[in-house]
Design a protein around this ligand. Structure first.
Ligand SMILES: Cc1cc2nc3c(=O)[nH]c(=O)nc-3n(C[C@H](O)[C@H](O)[C@H](O)COP(=O)(O)O)c2cc1C
Length: 145
């Protein structure tokens, strides 16, 4: 009986500690702005959200990229080659409340997809004083996140 009571007390302590830990994570959650065309980056982001409960914002080109791989690569290449900043759909709500952003992207033509550059450079958002943490899906996969 005594053993059972000790076990129950230990379980209660553990549950309280876990709850406090989750609360801390949610209070400190860093939002993730992400771009994904074929779903790899999206899968990584979803995994992080499961762990941290982070807020997310999907960066999307206003005019969707072709669904076929080759036409998509050609479309993206002409944007990179010609330094085209395509229009994107919407902007994150509550942007001002965050000091730090993770920006999760795939590599497209040795760089970030141009809609991501629109988001960071041409969307009118004021990044002054904010910290941007760049994450590429391959790097995250290496960390088994
Ligand atoms: C338009 C386009 C350009 C790409 N350019 C590169 C590249 O320069 N280097 C590379 O390693 N992979 C390149 N890839 C492969 C993607 O980085 C890789 O498939 C990534 O996981 C896709 O992420 P997503 O599923 O989130 O869109 C390219 C893919 C596409 C569609």
């Amino acid at each position: 009986m005594k053993k059972l009571m000790i076990l129950a007390a230990a379980a209660l302590l553990c549950l309280t500690a876990c709850a406090q830990n989750n609360k801390k994570m949610n209070e400190n959650k860093t939002p993730i702005a992400w771009f994904s065309w074929s779903g790899n980056t999206e899968a990584v982001v979803n995994h992080i959200v499961e762990i941290t409960g982070a807020d997310t914002f999907r960066i999307e080109r206003e005019k969707p990229y072709p669904v076929e791989y080759d036409p998509c690569t050609m479309d993206a290449k002409q944007e990179v080659d010609n330094n085209v900043f395509p229009a994107i759909k919407g902007l994150p709500e509550n942007f001002d409340q965050y000091k730090t952003f993770i920006v999760a992207v795939p590599v497209w033509w040795y760089t970030a997809p141009m809609p991501v550059r629109t988001f960071l450079e041409k969307s009118g958002l004021n990044w002054k004083g904010k910290t941007v943490i760049p994450q590429i899906d391959a790097w995250l996969k290496k960390l088994n996140l």
